[in-house]
Write a protein that binds this ligand. Structure first.
Ligand SMILES: [Zn+2]
Length: 462
């Protein structure tokens, strides 16, 4: 048995803040005690005086190695989970993709093969349904039994991932019977495609037009429609990457009615805006993702939504493409720019910066980044908190250290940072994953294959 002791830190969970020593045996938190009160013997001791001791981050929305058109997201499960660990995230939930015309099973097997033996931290999988039909609907209960309990549908991307309203309703009916959670990319894809075509015909080809054609109202309309379809089906709903205040208003209205409707936003919508999309010399391509970045004045509504619990989770939608050779595929035609931003390494720090800036309390930081995603996707209390019995996924966090985010120093396999040059207050000092030291004071000690697949239960908010 290996005993690890973390002494003297301020333990912050979604529910509590307390000065405490934390005792870990093998991979599990076994006890918390008043500092110095228990004379525990341990092989390894970390002095966390003056630091925070927090649960490892849970990033419930990543896309490692995702094929997108003619290219593939540049982080593998190996490089992406290593970068996550550098940033204090110890669990990701990535998306297996059903190839169109094939079974869910074949997509899930393919993603298991990509991730197995390569991850530095633990991981779960959601399932993207590209093709809702009798046969794939019948596969859903089997996947839930294997711990893949959430299914993502798209109202955007006609001809690729798109599901029509009838398909969405049928998947939601299946979810209401089985306890699955439907995750929705809520944008009106067919309408957006018309606006894309018209913009290109007018010669509007720069990255900023990506933001202009993907209108906030078309996000709000799809969000509204998804909510009504979920009501008809009697199913819960989780809307991914909410970026428009009008879409958030739809979620808030649904929650006021007591409906089991949940929402996620991402750091890029809280810290970046259409100003970035408008950067000259095609630099705006670095910020092309869907839903798109919005004008700055949407940010206040998103922060408020996080404070009032109209939004419950902040994930990254980490989906990196290099500027050179990947984003450049869309030079002269914004619709060909691969959609996605890197961020898995930056989320915990950016949200801590939001604590420093007064947008969030410390406990809310841990709630939206650790506890709520763990509960939402059936991993709590094994993940997302520090309590006896929890996995010893622990971050010692220095709230006073400052550092500057940059592609020159980050660990994601991508040639730019969406936050280049931004100085943040707060930095990860030590990271444990199931009791093993993955990172300590700038030294990476993790290894591919330490991370294991996490079979998940169904949503714990229901
Ligand atoms: Zn996504």
């Amino acid at each position: 048995m290996t005993r690890t002791l973390i002494t003297g830190g301020l333990v912050v969970t979604a529910a509590e803040e307390m000065l405490a020593d934390v005792l870990i045996e093998n991979g599990t938190v076994v006890a918390l005690a008043l500092p110095g009160r228990q004379q525990w013997a341990a092989e390894r001791v970390f002095d966390a005086t003056g630091k925070y001791v927090v649960p490892g981050g849970v990033d419930a929305h990543t896309h490692m190695e995702l094929p997108f058109g003619a290219t593939v997201a540049s982080d593998t499960f190996e490089t992406g989970t290593r970068a996550a660990a550098w940033g204090g995230t110890t669990t990701i939930v990535d998306f297996a993709v059903q190839p169109k015309g094939a079974s869910l099973r074949s997509g899930l097997d393919a993603w298991h093969a990509k991730a197995d033996g390569r991850c530095a931290i633990d991981y779960g999988l959601h399932m993207i349904m590209s093709d809702v039909n009798e046969s794939t609907l019948r596969e859903m209960p089997g996947l839930i039994g294997e711990g893949v309990t959430s299914f993502k549908l798209f109202m955007a991307y006609p001809g690729v991932f798109y599901s029509d309203d009838g398909q969405i309703l049928r998947a939601m009916q299946q979810a209401s019977e089985t306890g699955a959670l439907i995750m929705m990319h809520a944008e009106n894809g067919p309408a957006i495609d018309v606006l894309v075509e018209q913009a290109l015909a007018r010669g509007e080809r720069d990255p900023r037009y990506h933001g202009e054609v993907r209108k906030a109202l078309l996000e709000a309309e799809a969000t509204h429609r998804a909510i009504q379809l979920a009501r008809v089906a009697g199913s819960p709903l989780y809307v991914v990457h909410v970026s428009a205040r009008e879409a958030l208003a739809e979620l808030a209205a649904a929650r006021d009615l007591g409906l089991p409707v949940f929402g996620e936003t991402c750091p890029q919508y809280l810290f970046l805006s259409t100003d970035n999309l408008a950067e000259p010399d095609f630099e705006g391509a670095k910020y092309v993702c869907s839903t798109p970045l919005r004008p700055k004045d949407h940010q206040a509504a998103l922060w408020r939504g996080l404070r009032t619990d109209d939004l419950q989770v902040v994930s990254t939608d980490h989906c990196p493409f290099c500027f050179k050779g990947q984003k450049e595929l869309g030079r002269g035609d914004f619709s060909k720019i691969p959609n996605g931003l890197p961020g898995v390494e930056n989320r915990m720090d950016l949200l801590h910066q939001a604590v420093v800036d007064g947008h969030l309390t410390r406990r809310r930081w841990i709630d939206i980044a650790c506890a709520a995603p763990a509960r939402m996707f059936g991993l709590y209390p094994r993940k997302g908190t520090l309590a006896p019995g929890a996995d010893a996924d622990v971050v010692i966090y220095d709230p006073d250290a400052t550092h500057t985010l940059s592609a020159a120093t980050h660990h994601m396999n991508v040639d730019y940072s969406a936050y280049e040059g931004r100085t943040v207050t707060g930095r990860v000092e030590t990271v444990l994953s199931r009791g093993e030291v993955v990172l300590d004071r700038g030294h990476y000690l993790g290894r591919p294959g330490h991370g294991t697949f996490l079979p998940r239960s169904t949503c714990q908010y229901l």
